[in-house]
Write a protein that binds this ligand. Structure first.
Ligand SMILES: N[C@@H](CCC[C@H](N)C(=O)O)C(=O)O
Length: 276
């Protein structure tokens, strides 16, 4: 059986996007890992599956799989690619669409100038909602990593994030500490680990070691979580330019109870079909 797909990226965070409305798709975790392999398959950080919504008031359902085969709740760069995909594939002609994810509805809006803004929903800040095993709901928590201790702020953007502040992202120990944070026993569902350098109150540099995918060139929910964490810590203003290794995202957050808005590009690289 042949599977049609588009290869896309958001700031170098790359995706295989599959229309599960007009073709039948059966993907096991093993098959996902094989398709995600950069030598033996197509290669991707995440595979995005477009489905019909469960609730008729929404336009689509959006499922996300990491390249380790795990299904996850949310993906920010993927959300922008999702809206470009459904527009290019003529699955909709709306500019603003309502998309169901495993943790609520997101509302991406296509501006037509190459930029897409996504209402990523209200971040969850309570430890239990991340989930994170904490003594209380402090803004930073010391986390023991081997012989070191790092201070993390935990945020759920639908998916779990732990953000620490570093002096320089270029020399931050992302490859060493990232996997230890990702699988730390205090995060029962694992976590995405963000390393944020604060440039000024409106600008940060960010690297993210993603749960189930390793370090990526950019992470949209990671950018949202980092800005929320920086604002919670009193170090950032409400509109922040986030520099990632793959490019820039603009993030806005009005504080607790408000949704996070993320703006950035989405690119289609090629389309293809693969035997599965
Ligand atoms: N690349 C993403 C996040 C993808 C999911 C993440 N690895 C997780 O397991 O939660 C983004 O742009 O947000």
């Amino acid at each position: 059986m042949k599977l049609k797909f588009s290869k896309m990226h958001g700031l170098g965070n790359d995706f295989v996007v599959v229309d599960g409305i007009r073709q039948t798709v059966g993907l096991t975790p093993e098959r996902l890992r094989q398709l995600g392999d950069r030598h033996l398959g197509i290669g991707f950080d995440q595979l995005l599956l477009v489905e019909a919504p469960h609730d008729g008031t929404n336009d689509f359902r959006y499922r996300i799989f990491n390249n380790d085969g795990s299904e996850v709740e949310q993906c920010g760069n993927g959300a922008r690619c999702f809206v470009k995909f459904v527009t290019e594939q003529k699955l909709t002609n709306k500019r603003a669409i309502r998309v169901e994810t495993a943790k609520g509805v997101i509302v991406p809006e296509y501006h037509g100038n190459g930029q897409i803004t996504v209402d990523m929903g209200v971040p969850r800040l309570k430890s239990l909602e991340v989930p994170f095993i904490a003594d209380g709901d402090a803004i930073t928590h010391p986390l023991a990593i081997g012989d070191d201790s790092i201070d993390v702020t935990v945020v759920s953007m639908g998916n779990p994030h732990a953000v620490c502040v570093v002096n320089n992202v270029d020399s931050a120990p992302v490859a060493q500490q990232g996997p230890l944070v990702e699988s730390h026993p205090r995060f029962p569902e694992k976590v995405n680990a963000g390393f944020m350098q604060i440039v000024n109150r409106g600008e940060i540099r960010l690297r993210v070691y993603e749960r189930g995918a390793g370090e990526t060139l950019a992470c949209g929910t990671g950018a949202c979580a980092a800005v929320v964490a920086g604002i919670q810590r009193g170090q950032l203003d409400s509109r922040v330019l986030v520099h990632t290794r793959g490019g820039d995202l603009s993030i806005e957050w009005g504080g607790p109870g408000h949704p996070v808005k993320m703006t950035g590009p989405a690119v289609t690289v090629f389309t293809g079909e693969i035997e599965i």
